[in-house]
Design a protein around this ligand. Structure first.
Ligand code: SF4
Ligand code: SF4
Length: 299
């Protein structure tokens, strides 16, 4: 069985316990304004264009069989509706100005890569983390890789936005040792505005996982002017204090993914100035601590 991934990151230390191999799946049902991995949102393979590296040699225009690359303001521009994501332009660009994002991978190939890092997992108490994008978008593939990991006793972590039919989660939760579960915005209308979907399913699924006694770290991105207000924080503290979770991780907004939007011809809707101050982060953390919830600033 095959799935589509963006990449496999080795020796990761922020995606669960110990040293981990993190597999970034392609495809996500949400479109968060602050997403720093916009290349993982579409399930389709894509081309990222870096104007700074382009020498305007014109090779990509000639090489594209779909005639999907045209000159726009003197620069080669990919017309997404015509592009078939074949990757030829990236392959033939000698300036690395085009990058082919996403590739199909077979479960067997992933397991071979994962097995190579077993000594690191054993040494550090690490394992494999499934991230993205949203791994549950490719539920069957995820289930298959998880099954194979558990067969060889590898620790597994699932980084998820929680927006999925319960049936998919129900199929895999017994093979996941730790959930990194995103809680982005508590108010439903605001959630729809900033992520494109309702949060009802996300909150329900979190409650269900909690009632099953699963190991859960809740991850909350904190974005100034969007979800750092008192009312939002209080609502989250109240909701989470009723659940059975191990820890909350507060993740201050950063603008590291901002320039990828340009490369993908996508609009970045924030200003890049939405990072909360250290003192704001400490104040928010204190609210969780006061409610008896273990909290950490950062991943
Ligand atoms: S092949 Fe690369 S360097 Fe040449 S025009 Fe295309 S993107 Fe630019
Ligand atoms: S990926 Fe293929 S179809 Fe798309 S622009 Fe490049 S060469 Fe053309």
């Amino acid at each position: 069985m095959e799935g589509t991934i963006v990449n496999v990151q080795k020796y990761s230390v922020h995606d669960g316990p110990g040293i981990r191999t993190t597999i970034f799946f392609k495809g996500c049902p949400l479109k968060c304004w602050w997403c720093h991995n916009p290349e993982s949102i579409s399930l389709k393979e894509e081309i990222m264009s870096c104007e700074d590296k382009c020498t305007n040699c014109g090779r990509c225009i000639k090489i594209c069989r779909e005639e999907a690359i045209k000159l726009k303001d003197g620069n080669p521009f990919v017309e997404l509706e015509k592009c078939k994501s074949c990757g030829r332009c990236a392959e033939f660009c000698i300036s690395d100005a085009k990058e082919h994002v996403g590739r199909k991978v077979h479960v067997d190939e992933l397991i071979v890569q994962i097995k190579k890092d077993i000594p690191f997992y054993e040494e550090s108490g690490g394992g494999v983390t499934f991230s993205g994008g949203e791994p549950l978008m490719q539920g069957e593939f995820l289930n298959e890789v998880l099954k194979r990991c558990k067969k060889i006793h590898i620790n597994t972590t699932l980084d998820t936005c929680g927006y999925s039919d319960w049936e998919k989660i129900d199929k895999i939760h017994d093979k996941v040792d730790l959930f990194l579960y995103d809680l982005k915005i508590f108010d439903e209308k605001k959630h729809i505005k900033y992520t494109g979907v309702s949060n009802k399913l996300i909150l329900e699924n979190l409650k269900k996982l909690s009632s099953l006694g699963k190991n859960i770290y809740v991850r909350m991105p904190i974005i100034k002017g969007i979800n750092d207000d008192r009312e939002h924080v209080d609502n989250c503290v109240e909701f989470l204090s009723e659940l059975n979770i191990l820890q909350v991780n507060l993740l201050p907004y950063h603008k590291l993914g901002m320039n990828k939007y340009n490369k993908l011809a996508k609009e970045y809707k924030l200003t890049g100035e939405e990072k909360p101050s250290d003192s704001e982060m400490r104040e928010i953390a204190e609210k969780f601590r006061t409610a008896g919830i273990k909290v950490k600033i950062g991943g």
